[in-house]
Design a protein. Structure first.
Length: 127
């Protein structure tokens, strides 16, 4: 669960999971200060982090020696009716094709990606 609290300057939001804390903000062209991650950047970060972690988990579980893993996610919102997540995954060049395929399959099955593919339902609870 994430909890947010409005802060100053205007549009700056502090968020926490009860242990870790960070800031979100909008860019100056939208009235913010750019003093934190933008909301869509947080969505991109969530997917990129999950893919990266899930690949590492699969590698560890399968005994695949994998070096650094680089994942980039860019959310394209050019079309109002769709959100396209462009994902680039860089794995160690020394991996066999079999290991590379297994790890990329793991990337396709990361929990955040699976969540994003579901039909969203929003339930607001008033205090």
């Amino acid at each position: 669960m994430i909890t947010t609290q409005s802060s100053e300057p205007r549009y700056l939001v502090r968020f926490t999971n009860g242990t870790q804390k960070s800031d979100a903000d909008v860019l100056p062209l939208k009235g913010g200060q750019g003093a934190g991650f933008g909301p869509h950047e947080l969505l991109e970060a969530s997917l990129a982090c999950c893919i990266n972690m899930w690949i590492r988990i699969q590698a560890d579980t399968s005994g695949i020696p994998v070096g650094p893993i680089d994942v980039t996610v860019n959310l394209k919102r050019d079309q109002p009716e769709e959100a396209v997540y462009e994902c680039t995954i860089k794995l160690d060049d020394s991996l066999s094709e079999e290991h590379r395929a297994l790890l990329l399959e793991a990337a396709d099955n990361c929990p955040v990606r699976r969540t994003l593919l579901k039909k969203p339902l929003f339930a607001r609870r008033d205090p």
